[in-house]
Write a protein that binds this ligand. Structure first.
Ligand code: PMP
Length: 352
């Protein structure tokens, strides 16, 4: 080994879901929205002044931040935006998890948490989900260096009732509690209403799921002005221009279009509820998801075989070869047509 190799930082990276190329495939593996972004955003893209790209974008993302603040009824000093919620979460880990005590997050949840903790040298412990895949709030009533969990959780889709989120906050006045609400719009009650009472609460959301904009990479955090200021200080110590101009313009336009947002959400949640019934009829069971995906297991057929059979038919779902998850598939809710194609295949496959 050459001497300089010893100085290279070695990390085990997060593995994002596959982005297969080609026509006529059904992509239900990365929890994207099956519907396009708001039509008004397309208009804004067409009207964008190309010459503006010569210049650096607004480092403070003033317009997008203001749109979000107005939409959620908080101060402009309570919103932080970043390049997808991954960027926002990474910044939050770097900013707020800076004690000698381990942070806590569930053993089964968004697998990026562990990667950031390792990258930034943050100690962590991972309390186990219960037998039904639920987070046990009591596991978080102990000394720690910070807390993070998704609500609804991924890949289970299970929603923690807001009372339990508040119980975790009540027991943790001395650390930052990060609630990752990537999927909250699909039927959950956001912790936003707790903000007034807990200055140590940071809520992170994304445009990638409910707002159909995974390709724009926009995420945001809402919290007390003190937390947002701390996040901004770290961001400006790292990269001032995180948000590109098209994201700033289209993101603001998407937030202004409440009606389209609500219509799309309703379509997806209606499809999800119908899908639950269909999966049950086919012999699947699953935690009762409040997200835009279902985490299903079949009574007889191993998940891996179903995953491979679907893949051969160009239907992509997510399979995790990990303890407790091995016999499950995470399936994103697509359009009604995509779900029909999925069920038609499953019906035939399971009968044979
Ligand atoms: N949190 C959770 C729980 C997620 O599942 C995802 C999607 N991979 C993210 C955050 C990050 O999403 P994005 O960076 O696209 O906002």
């Amino acid at each position: 080994m050459r001497a300089w190799e010893a100085n290279i930082r070695r990390v085990v990276p997060y593995v994002p879901g596959e982005q297969p190329k080609g026509e006529n495939l059904i992509k239900l593996n990365t929890n994207e929205n099956p519907y396009p972004p708001a039509p008004e955003a397309a208009q804004a893209l067409r009207e964008m002044d190309y010459d503006q790209l010569r210049k650096y974008p607004d480092p403070a993302a003033t317009e997008l931040t203001a749109c979000l603040a107005d939409y959620y009824g908080v101060g402009r000093d309570q919103v932080f935006v970043g390049v997808g919620s991954d960027d926002v979460l990474a910044m939050a880990f770097l900013t707020f998890f800076h004690s000698q005590k381990p942070i806590l997050f569930p053993d089964i949840s968004y697998s990026f948490y562990k990667v950031w903790a390792e990258l930034f040298g943050i100690l962590y412990e991972t309390p186990a989900l219960d037998a039904d895949f639920a987070i046990c709030p009591e596991d978080y009533y102990r000394e720690n260096g910070g807390i993070v969990f998704p609500n609804p959780n991924a890949p289970t889709g299970l929603l923690m009732p807001l009372e339990q989120v508040e119980n975790i906050l009540c027991h943790n006045p001395d650390v930052i509690v990060l609630v990752d609400e990537a999927y909250i719009d699909f039927g959950g009650r956001s912790a936003l209403e707790l903000l007034d009472r807990y200055e140590n609460l940071l809520i992170v959301q994304t445009f990638s799921k409910a707002r159909s904009m995974a390709g724009m990479r926009i995420g945001f955090a809402i919290g007390s002005p003190l937390l947002i200021r701390a996040l901004n200080d770290v961001k400006y110590s790292y990269n001032s221009y995180t948000m590109n101009l098209p994201s700033l313009v289209l993101g603001a336009e998407a937030v202004r279009n409440e009606r389209y947002f609500r219509e799309t959400l309703k379509k997806i949640t209606d499809t999800r509820e119908r899908a639950k019934k269909r999966f049950r009829e086919l012999g699947f069971s699953f935690p009762d998801s409040m997200a835009n995906f279902l985490f299903v297991t079949h009574e007889h057929v191993p998940a891996r075989l179903i995953y491979e059979a679907l893949r051969a038919k160009q239907i992509y779902v997510r399979y995790f070869n990990q303890k407790r998850l091995r016999n499950y598939l995470r399936i994103t809710i697509g359009t009604d047509e995509e779900m029909e194609a999925l069920f038609a295949f499953l019906k035939e496959y399971l009968a044979s």
